[in-house]
Design a protein around this ligand. Structure first.
Ligand SMILES: Nc1ncnc2c1ncn2[C@@H]1O[C@H](COP(=O)(O)OP(=O)(O)OP(=O)(O)O)[C@@H](O)[C@H]1O
Ligand SMILES: [Mg+2]
Length: 258
C-alpha cells in the first residue's frame, strides 16, 4: 500500500463510475455507476431501450464512453480494444447468441478458447470442462451449431465465453425466446457459474427469475440507474413489482398517495 494505490482496489471486481455513452449526437447512457464483487451475480434490469445492452457493450470495449471510468480488478480499461478486455477476464455473451452455425459445437468451443491456441493442453482442458458443465454439448459435439435447439445454442454461447475462464461474464438476455423449462436450465447454469467463482452481470427481461438468483440488482430507466439494491429487497419493492414483475403492489401497503 503506497501513494500509488489505485482507486478500485476496494474488493470490487468491476467498478463503473458516471458512464456516459453516445450514439452519434444522442446520449444513451447519462452517467451510469455500478459495481460487481468477485463471484457475485448482479442483475441489470429495465424496459426495452433503457440502456442495458449499451452498458454491456461499453464494458467489453465494443463502444467507447464519452465520459466516465471503468475499473476491472483495479485497472482502468476504457479505451482498451475488446480482445485485451477479454484477455483480462471479461467474457461477453451478446444478445441473440452469436454462435457460428456452420461450425460444429466443438469448433465453436475451440474458437472461444482462441487465446489458448498456443497452449494445447489448456485448450483441451477447457473443452473437457465445458462438456463437464454442459453434458448436452458433449453428446452433440460434432453437430453443426446452427442445428442445435435455441436453448442448446444459448448453452453453447455461454460455454464458449467460459472457455477463457473469465472472472466476470456479461450475459445479455440469456433466457430470451426459450421455453420455461429451458429458462430454468439456463438460470441453473448461471447459478453454477457463480458458485464456481465467476461473477455474472446478468441482463434480463425475466426480472422475477433474475432477482431470484442475483445477489444485487440495478434497474435502468432511460439511460440512468433508477433503483439499486439487494435482489431480495428489490423483489418486494412496489415500484419494481408494478413495473417489472407484472404484479400489483404488496398487499397491506399504504394506498397510492398520488
Ligand atoms: N447502434 C445504435 N445507434 C443508435 N441508437 C442506438 C443504437 N443502439 C442502441 N441505440 C439506442 O440506445 C438506447 C438504449 O439501447 P439498448 O440497446 O442499450 O437498450 P436495452 O436496454 O438493451 O433494450 P432491450 O431490452 O430492448 O434490449 C435506445 O434508445 C436505442 O434505440
Ligand atoms: Mg438489449
Amino acid at each position: 500500500m503506497g501513494v500509488n494505490a489505485e482507486p478500485g482496489t476496494t474488493g470490487k471486481l468491476l467498478d463503473v463510475r458516471d458512464l456516459r455513452v453516445n450514439y452519434g449526437n444522442i446520449e444513451a447512457l447519462h452517467g451510469i455507476s455500478l459495481d460487481v464483487a468477485p463471484g457475485e451475480i448482479v442483475a441489470l434490469l429495465g424496459a426495452n431501450g433503457a440502456g442495458k445492452t449499451t452498458t454491456l457493450r461499453t464494458l467489453s470495449g465494443l463502444l467507447r464512453p464519452r465520459a466516465g471510468t471503468i475499473a476491472f480488478g483495479g485497472q482502468a480499461i476504457v479505451g482498451l480494444p475488446s480482445h485485451r478486455i477479454v484477455a483480462l477476464g471479461i467474457g461477453h455473451v451478446p444478445e441473440g447468441r452469436r454462435i457460428f452455425g456452420g461450425l460444429t459445437v466443438e469448433e465453436n468451443l475451440r474458437l472461444g478458447g482462441y487465446l489458448l491456441r498456443r497452449d494445447a493442453a489448456a485448450l483441451e482442458q477447457g473443452i473437457a470442462q465445458a462438456y463437464e458443465t454442459f453434458s448436452r454439448l458433449r453428446e452433440r459435439k460434432d453437430q453443426l451449431a446452427g442445428t442445435l435447439s435455441g436453448g442448446e445454442q444459448q448453452m453453447l454461447a455461454i460455454a464458449r465465453a467460459l472457455m477463457l475462464e473469465p472472472k466476470l461474464v456479461l450475459l445479455d438476455e440469456p433466457s430470451m425466446g426459450l421455453a420455461p423449462k429451458l429458462v430454468r436450465a439456463i438460470f441453473e447454469v448461471i447459478a453454477r457459474i457463480s458458485h464456481a467463482g465467476t461473477a455474472v452481470l446478468l441482463v434480463e427481461q425475466n426480472a422475477r427469475q433474475a432477482l431470484r438468483i442475483a445477489n444485487r440488482a440495478y434497474v435502468l430507466e432511460g439511460g440512468r440507474v433508477a433503483l439499486a439494491g439487494a435482489a431480495r429487497e428489490l423483489a418486494v419493492d412496489n415500484r419494481v413489482r408494478a413495473t417489472y414483475l407484472g404484479g400489483s403492489a404488496v398487499q397491506g401497503g399504504p394506498p397510492d398517495a398520488a
